[in-house]
Structures are given as structure tokens and as C-alpha cells.
Design a protein around this ligand. Structure first.
Ligand code: NAD
Length: 542
């Protein structure tokens, strides 16, 4: 195997299955859903070659049926975390020396397992644990995760191919070493694909990882771990731990071998971790690489030339799919007064046809929000709006947590462009609209740029090319992913590398070469074929 320069399979986006009535995939996923739902599980941590129980447990419940128990998971103590670090460092001795094509083969096999035998299971688990409709589960847990795995292998090979120039006497080689130490991956609840990609991308590049999934995604995280193991990932390369986030993080950040953070989650948590890393900087062997993709306050802005129906559709899909719990979800909308009423009418008439309930019922477009804390946060905001002089609810505003954490898709209209729901991330099925005078197009673009601390995604609707150019220029730093005449959600790996700047993160573009490059530390090897044996340069001669 040593004497080859392998070519990796060319990555293509995984086709999205339809789950239409009578389809094989619909039957399979519903059977899986039922089987998982009715059979409670005990989820152990995976540390080195052991499934670890501590007896300190927490229950897991579907957000759309919060009294139903899916089982429970075991939580780590400090010793478990120290052991996870030791196991990772031990595994590194062999893993970092494994030929890269063997690492690639493991993750390509994982992609194929998810595309095939695990597809209905990972989708059903995501529907149950994170209350995703089948479509939202399919584009996340199946397709996006498969794409991350396949494209990252291609990006890895692109990185390794990048080599410096040579001369006939000197051969220069760049060796892409994994980081010295281990990587800490912390993942959010809202995307199973992100949960899998955070540890997998670092591991693919030869690193070892301690991975802490969100408490609200452990149910589907366990299946990701099963996939990694069945793909042949050696023990200790990815160690999966659960429990108290601060204790786990503090223990990890105390280690001199901590060499990288791969985080996705909220801005305040990321800032807190960054601060702790800074405070510990003298402990570390190397400067840790820090990658964090965080919150958003994503906008849609329409020019008077925009098509009202297209704008309304972007708002309905962009704001309410997965209950607005996407970092990229449209949550502040800027409409010119000339088309504002028409857009709002279309939005309302679409929302009237939307039904809400369990993801098991395929008629439902939206389901429950993730947990009680999220429910309470959104309900308090809705109640404040109901009392406010500065904003009014023009659609929705009802909620009910008797069985699940259900909140109606809610549309708010405000005349105050700085109103709290125009500037702060809420992360729920609520969108706020501000209508501006048509003649104030340029001022409105400046307003969008200055209203929020975030800069993740945004969408511009216009049929006027000059207006589009004005918007692209004035909103240059307002979003890391900007969409023209399209909704601001639904980035596809390999097509729209994803990430934002300002308060939205380090913008290392998940699912791209820019992200993978963070998990290596290149070593330059210069070899001279004709070593010089006289220190004197020609200019020293008389
Ligand atoms: P969260 O910040 O509550 O949790 C994210 C992870 O951090 C979880 O594993 C959690 O247990 C852990 N965590 C929480 N407190 C911690 C602490 N004090 N120290 C260390 N770790 C801690 O976020 P969430 O609710 O799971 O996800 C929603 C957030 O994630 C939103 O802000 C959303 O915008 C963001 N997000 C961003 C992207 C992106 O690509 N930019 C993608 C998905 C989600």
C-alpha cells in the first residue's frame, strides 16, 4: 500500500429522498420511529475501548411529547474526562501514523452506512430527539452528514496535494501533521450532521478528539458513534462524553495537551470558552486552534422591484422550518412599503395552511421547540410583544406545552427597527417585519448592517441589478453567507460553505477546505541534494 498516490472518489451531494406517500423510505422510517419510540435505551459514554456508566443519569424525552421517556444517559465525572483525554492521547500514537487513505476509507464507509443501512435509523432518531419533520431530518442527519464525510475526504486530499515549488537541487515538501495533542469538539442540539462533523473532520485529519454533544442530541449522537465504530474507527480516536458542560470544559482546558476547539453553539458560550482558553494560555504546549460557529440574527431585505410572492415564500421557509431553530433562520425582515402589505398577506395565507404537531404525522410542517427553557424564553418574548406599544403580532402568538413544547409560527410587525426581536437571537418560530419607505433603500441597508452584533446569513430580493450591487456592497460585512433571491437557510456542503463573522463565529466555513486546514500544523521539509561546503559567498571575493 505504500507505493501509490491514491485518487479519492469524487464527492457528489447525496440525493434527498422524497418520503412521498407510498414510498419505501417513508414506510421504513416510520417503522424505525415506532421501534425507537417504544423501546427505551440506556446510553453510555464511549471512552477508549469502554462503554462507560456512572450511575449519575438524566432522562431523554421527545420535545413534542415531553412526558414520554426515551431512556436515559450516563453523565461524566471529572475522572472520566481525564481518562477520555488519556485514551485520546494513547490512540493518537497509532492513529496519527495511519496512512491517510485508510483514515479516508473509514469515513467514506461511515458515509455509505448512513446513506444505506443507517439512514432510516439516524433520521428517525433525529425526528424523535430533536423534533424534526422527516424532510428536515433527511436534509440534516442523512444528506448533510453524508456530504460532510465525502467532501471532507476530497478536501483533505486537495490539502495534501498543495506543495511548494522546488529547484533541481532542492526538494521542498509540506507535511500536514495533525495537531500536537487532542481536539475538543462541542456540538449543538440542532443539527445531527454538525454533531457528527465536529469530531469527524478533526479525526479525519489525523487528530484524536474528546466530543461532548448537546444534552438534547445525545439520543441521535449515540447512533453517530455506532456508525463510526462500525466503519472501523479505532477505539479512543473519538471519545464521546456527556454531562455538566462547564465541568467537562474546565477539565479539558486544564490539559497542556489541549490543542484545538471545534465548537458550534451560542455566542455567549463560545466567548466564555475563548476567555477561559486565554486565561490558560501559559499551560498549553501550542497555541490552540479555535473554531467556533455561533449565533445569528439573519435578515431578508426586499427592494421595491422584488416579487412579493417570492419574498413571502423565502420568509415562510426561511423563518419557520424546524421551528426557526436554525442558526441561519430568517428572523428580521425588511420590506419596502410599496409591497409590504402584499408580502404580509401571502405570508399569512401560507401560514394558515401550516399544521403543527408530532413529526410522526407527515402532514405537519412544524413541530415542537427543543426544551422547556426555549419554550419559556419564546413565550416570555411573545407575552412582552403582546404588551408592547412598539410591536404587534399579526399572525400566531399562541402556544401550548401540555404535551409538547408547541409554539405557533408567529409574525410580528414593528415600526421600531431596533426592537428586541429585530436585534437579538431568539431561536424560535417568530419573525419580525419592519417596513421602510421605498426611497430609504440605502438607509435601510445601513440600518441592517448596524442593527445586530451577528453576521451569519442574509437574503436580498431584487430584480434591479443596481440595487443588488448596492446591497452586496453595503452589506459586505453583515453576513458570511449572503443569498440573492433565495432564502437564507439550507446551505449545502460543497456548494455553499457555511459560516459567519462578527458575533457569529470565526467563519472557518464548515464543509470546506478552510475548516480542515485548522486541524493540521504543516511541517516544511527542505532537502538539499548538493549540500554547500564553503561558507563564503561570491560577493566576498576580491
Ligand atoms: P448552546 O450554546 O446552548 O450549546 C452548544 C453546546 O455547548 C452544547 O453541547 C452545550 O452543552 C455546550 N455548553 C453549554 N454551556 C456551556 C458552557 N458554559 N461551557 C461549555 N459548553 C457549554 O447552543 P444550542 O442551544 O445547543 O444551539 C443553538 C445555538 O447554536 C444558537 O445560538 C445557534 O445560532 C447556534 N448554531 C450556530 C451554527 C453555525 O453554524 N453558526 C449552527 C448551529 C447552531
Amino acid at each position: 500500500m505504500a507505493n501509490i498516490i491514491p485518487k479519492v472518489p469524487i464527492a457528489k451531494n447525496e440525493p434527498i429522498l422524497s418520503y412521498s406517500s407510498g414510498s419505501k423510505e417513508k414506510k421504513e422510517v416510520l417503522e424505525q420511529y415506532k421501534a425507537l419510540f417504544e423501546n427505551p435505551v440506556e446510553i453510555k459514554m464511549r471512552i477508549g475501548d469502554k462503554d462507560v456508566k456512572t450511575g449519575d443519569t438524566s432522562p431523554m424525552c421527545p420535545p413534542h411529547d415531553h412526558q414520554h421517556k426515551l431512556g436515559f444517559y450516563h453523565k461524566a465525572n471529572k475522572k472520566n474526562i481525564e481518562t477520555a483525554i488519556d485514551c485520546a492521547l494513547e490512540a493518537k500514537k497509532k492513529w496519527s501514523k495511519m496512512p491517510w487513505e485508510s483514515r479516508a476509507a473509514i469515513f467514506l464507509k461511515a458515509a455509505n452506512l448512513v446513506a444505506g443501512p443507517y439512514r432510516s435509523k439516524i433520521n428517525a432518531a433525529t425526528m424523535i430527539a430533536q423534533s424534526k419533520t422527516i424532510y428536515q431530518a433527511e436534509i440534516d442527519a442523512a444528506c448533510e452528514f453524508i456530504d460532510f464525510l465525502r467532501f471532507n475526504v476530497q478536501f483533505m486530499s486537495d490539502i495534501y496535494e498543495k506543495q511548494p515549488d522546488n529547484t533541481p537541487e532542492i526538494w521542498n515538501r509540506l507535511e500536514y501533521r495533525p495537531l500536537e495533542g487532542f481536539v475538543y469538539a462541542i456540538s449543538p442540539f440542532n443539527f445531527t450532521a454538525i454533531a457528527g462533523n465536529l469530531p469527524a473532520s478533526a479525526a479525519l485529519m489525523g487528530n484524536v478528539v474528546v466530543w461532548k454533544p448537546s444534552d438534547y442530541q445525545i439520543y441521535s449522537a449515540k447512533i453517530l458513534m455506532d456508525v463510526f465504530r462500525e466503519s472501523g474507527l479505532p477505539d479512543g480516536v473519538i471519545n464521546m462524553v456527556f454531562g455538566e458542560a462547564e465541568m467537562i470544559t474546565d477539565t479539558i482546558l486544564e490539559s497542556k495537551d489541549f490543542s484545538g476547539l471545534h465548537f458550534t453553539g451560542s455566542t455567549h458560550v463560545f466567548r466564555d470558552i475563548w476567555r477561559k482558553i486565554g486565561n490558560n494560555i501559559n499551560r498549553y504546549r501550542s497555541y490552540p486552534k479555535i473554531v467556533g460557529e455561533t449565533g445569528g440574527k439573519d435578515f431578508v431585505v426586499a427592494h421595491p422591484s422584488a416579487d412579493p410572492k417570492e419574498v413571502a415564500t423565502a420568509v415562510v421557509r426561511g423563518a419557520f422550518e424546524f421551528q426557526g431553530q436554525k442558526c441561519s433562520a430568517a428572523s428580521r425582515i425588511y420590506l419596502p412599503k410599496s409591497i409590504g402589505d402584499e408580502v404580509i398577506r401571502y405570508i399569512k395565507s401560507d401560514l394558515k395552511t401550516i399544521s403543527m404537531g408530532s413529526p410522526e404525522n407527515f402532514k405537519n410542517f412544524i413541530t415542537a421547540v427543543i426544551h422547556k427553557e426555549a419554550f419559556d424564553r419564546i413565550v416570555e418574548t411573545i407575552n412582552r410583544i403582546k404588551e408592547s406599544q412598539n410591536a404587534k403580532i399579526v399572525f400566531g402568538g399562541n402556544y401550548n406545552d401540555k404535551e409538547g413544547f408547541f409554539i405557533e409560527p408567529t409574525v410580528v410587525l414593528t415600526e421600531d427597527p431596533q426592537y428586541e426581536t429585530m436585534s437579538r437571537e431568539l431561536f424560535g418560530p417568530l419573525v419580525t417585519i419592519y417596513c421602510f419607505e421605498d426611497k430609504n433603500w440605502i438607509q435601510t441597508l445601513k440600518l441592517i448592517d448596524q442593527t445586530s452584533e451577528y453576521a451569519l446569513t442574509g437574503a436580498i430580493f431584487s430584480k434591479d441589478r443596481y440595487a443588488l450591487e448596492e446591497a452586496l456592497s453595503l452589506l459586505e460585512n453583515s453576513a458570511g453567507n449572503i443569498y440573492i433571491n433565495d432564502k437564507p437557510t439550507g446551505a449545502i456542503v460543497g456548494q455553499q460553505p457555511f459560516g459567519g463573522a462578527r458575533g457569529s463565529g470565526t467563519n472557518d466555513k464548515a464543509g470546506s477546505i478552510f475548516n480542515l486546514i485548522k486541524w493540521v500544523s504543516p511541517r516544511l521539509i527542505k532537502e538539499s541534494f548538493l549540500p554547500v561546503s564553503n561558507y563564503r559567498y561570491p560577493f566576498l571575493e576580491e
